[in-house]
Design a protein around this ligand. Structure first.
Ligand code: GP9
Ligand code: MN
Length: 720
């Protein structure tokens, strides 16, 4: 009875349509749960996950309903079903190899970063993948045996329209569900994983297709005159190195420490009489450190990724979204790791305790020429070791040593911390620092996580000194962007000796200062620098310190030490600061008094106008460079374009140890120089988590075994 009812239903147009929608939904969900590691947590996220395949499946499948003649309509529906299943299966295989989803460029073989699917990828097929195909066979058999029959009745057009419209409504609903849990999901596109987790794999592919088409259109319009405009600007704007500073760090390792969400006001700040960041304060005040008192973050919506981009390419981020996510996979970069490698033989690595796909780093780093990327899959990401965005800072520094010591020197190594990230939560056992008391928990705890970060950096510095790396390195520290947002600054005001009632845009802008410190052991002429600058200025500054000529590169920033350094600091929204004035939405404030100048003299008005024009020109040229991917037309003197296909971050430890072995006695790694022994014993940390994991990490074999066991647990990192 039931069987025949089902048979009858399946033998109608609607019955067959529903069957395919259901089967595709089921397959997608199985793949989400079994094959992808989407980091789904809690009831809400699971509910969205279960819901997300429905809308796009209905929409795509509904296309077949517009075909009047039944047989072609059935056929088209079935073809869409097969194509969609194939896309799902290819994504499963691709994910196994790259822990990422296929973009349109990968699908059509245009991707410069990824090889796409190859015969070796198909070797990764598993028996469970049969699920993708078996239903197709069953359906064919069901028709062949006439278990399901064709329904020859035509379908009124309005029913097809109704399904498509309903599907569009569901897409909108789905998007709302996603945005509630993850604001700015589409505008910032942090991570492809998120798009799939909230909107589904088809929606991701569709969205990526639209973006790719848009990018391709902009690119096809690019001409050499666009490039000339940029070149004219950057060449005129170029600032010669200061001869006193040029090459003072030549040949040294460069260690960059990214201080997450760290603002300048924390430096030398005391909360309830206690220094929040005593170690960073001591560095700031040290004569071997060039510390910048007027250095500003210039990020847009791409936050951390914008900071990384500016620091390593001296090109701005985008007006909207993140350059790394939106264009980073396909754009040409001429960035720090490649320049240092090609001019002075530096090796390069990034250490970061979050997933490699976050901010699309695993693609962009290849374009920047990073040789190694140690993401969360290289660390023990036991839940006890994690904070909101990945591995706790003390563990990141400590656990990186086994990789760092294997890098050939000189190296360029970047550490991206995460503990001091909004919402500034920290396990009780990790701190005894007392929070502030403003009533806003993220403002209050900001000091606590900043204190933890400070301790982490101190432990790492102690290791650098003990292991001997210190004397041979230049250590660069920077805060990437604000930690306390403008809306919360009103709560912060009282802690800064100000009042929320007189707080203005001027105060918000002044708070965009972040630390920038260049610590060069052995230098005695450092100290606090007053010149104004920002993240865009870092690359030419560092390259000059390393003794590298930057005159033929396209860089928007200028060397902070140069006599010709440009002190107008542009923000992504076209506001700017200069040593004397702060300009917000066209309003001019006097930096000394903080008072708005409502009636500027003609001379001042003209000066501000010309600075404002420069800021706008600079930003729009940077946008044109990025959006049209103009660097692909330009090769700086002596530079070889980066081939991202040379890099693969799957087995970094294997690669560095192999290289070390090949080099034998000419290996310059710390490990080799230390008599082929680890230096981990030089590391002292008070992190309670290390008591349990520390003991086995003293030799090579355990380091490699920890890599293979860790990769499977890395899914727990994605907690956003
Ligand atoms: C995550 C981290 C945070 O990997 O870098 O990025 P943010 O949210 O600060 O841009
Ligand atoms: Mn950040």
């Amino acid at each position: 009875m039931f069987l025949s009812k089902t048979r009858n239903f399946l033998s109608t147009r609607w019955g067959f349509f529903s069957l395919l929608v259901f089967l595709f939904w089921l397959k997608t969900i199985l793949v989400y749960l079994i094959d992808f590691r989407l980091g789904v947590e809690g009831f809400y996220q699971y509910a969205v996950l279960l819901f997300n395949p429905i809308a796009t499946t209905l929409l795509f499948f509904s296309a077949s309903l517009y075909i009047k003649r039944p047989i072609p309509s059935y056929l088209v529906l079935f073809m869409i079903y097969i194509a969609n299943s194939a896309l799902l299966l290819f994504n499963v295989i691709y994910y196994r190899e790259f822990t990422d989803f296929m973009t349109i460029n990968v699908i059509f073989g245009y991707s410069s970063v990824s090889e796409g699917l190859s015969s070796s990828s198909f070797a990764l097929l598993k028996p469970q993948d049969l699920i993708m195909l078996i239903d197709i066979i069953f359906i064919i058999v069901a028709f062949a045996t006439r278990f399901i029959k064709f329904d020859k009745k035509p379908l009124p057009q309005r029913q097809a329209v109704a399904v498509s419209s309903f599907a569009l409504l569901l897409i909108f609903f789905n998007l709302t569900l996603g945005e509630i849990n993850r604001p700015q999901l589409l505008s910032r596109t942090f991570d492809r994983n998120y798009l799939v987790k909230y909107l589904g794999i088809d929606a991701f592919t569709f969205y990526d297709g639209i973006k790719t088409a848009k990018n391709n259109r902009v690119r096809s319009e690019a001409s050499s005159s666009d490039l000339n405009k940029v070149l004219n600007f950057t060449q005129k704007h170029y600032a010669k190195p200061n001869s006193q500073m040029y090459g003072i760090a030549k040949g040294k390792n460069i260690i960059v420490i990214h201080l997450e969400s760290f603002q300048q006001f924390l430096i030398n700040y005391r909360l309830n009489g206690k220094e929040v960041t005593p170690f960073l304060n001591s560095l700031y005040n040290d004569k071997s450190t060039y510390s910048f008192a007027n250095f500003f973050n210039q990020v847009g919506q791409g936050k951390t990724s914008d900071a990384e981009n500016m620091l390593e390419t001296s090109v701005y981020g985008l007006q909207q979204g993140s350059l790394f996510s939106a264009l980073g996979t396909d754009n040409t970069f001429q960035g720090a790791p490649a320049i240092l490698n090609q001019t002075q033989g530096y090796s390069s690595a990034v250490f970061h305790g979050n997933k490699g796909s976050f901010w699309n780093r695993n693609s962009v780093y290849k374009n920047l020429g990073y040789q190694y990327f140690f993401d969360s899959s290289y660390f023990n990401t036991d839940s006890n070791n994690l904070t909101e965005y990945g591995l706790k800072d003390k563990l990141l520094f400590h656990d990186s040593v086994k990789y760092l010591e294997r890098l050939q020197q000189p190296f360029y190594a970047k550490f991206i911390t995460v503990s001091n990230h909004f919402p500034y939560t920290i396990d009780q056992k990790n701190t005894d620092f007392k929070a502030a008391d403003t009533g806003d928990s993220s403002v209050d705890n900001y000091f606590v996580t900043a204190h933890y970060l400070d301790q982490s950096v101190k432990e790492f510095f102690d290791y650098l000194k003990k292991s001997g790396l210190y004397n041979n390195s230049m250590i660069v520290l920077y805060g990437d962007h604000y930690g306390i947002s403008n809306s919360r600054n009103l709560k912060l005001a009282s802690l800064l000796g100000k009042s929320s009632s007189t707080w203005t845009d001027f105060d918000n802008t002044q708070l965009q200062r972040v630390p920038f410190m260049i610590h060069i052991p052995g230098q005695k002429n450092g100290g606090i620098q007053q010149q104004y600058g920002g993240e865009i200025d870092v690359l030419p500054t560092l390259l000059h310190l390393a003794g590298i000529d930057t005159s033929s590169y396209i860089q928007f920033g200028t060397d902070l030490f140069s006599k010709q350094h440009d002190q107008v600091v542009a923000f992504r929204n076209e506001n700017f600061v200069t040593p004397n004035y702060t300009v917000v939405d066209g309003n001019i404030y006097d930096n000394k008094t903080g008072v708005q100048i409502t009636h500027p003299s003609t001379a001042l008005a003209n000066k501000i106008k010309s600075e404002s024009n420069k800021v706008n020109t600079e930003l729009s040229l940077s946008d044109s460079l990025n959006n049209k991917n103009l660097l692909r037309f330009y090769i700086p003197n002596g530079f070889t374009p980066v081939d991202p296909k040379n890099y693969n971050y799957k087995n970094d430890f294997g690669q560095i140890t192999k290289l070390q072995q090949q080099l034998g006695t000419s290996s310059t790694s710390l490990w080799s120089r230390n008599g082929n022994k680890t230096t981990i014993d030089d590391y002292t940390s008070d992190a309670p988590e290390l008591n349990t994991t520390d003991s086995n990490e003293k030799n090579e074999s355990s380091a490699s075994s920890s890599i293979s066991t860790n990769s499977s647990s890395s899914s727990s990192v994605d907690k956003r």
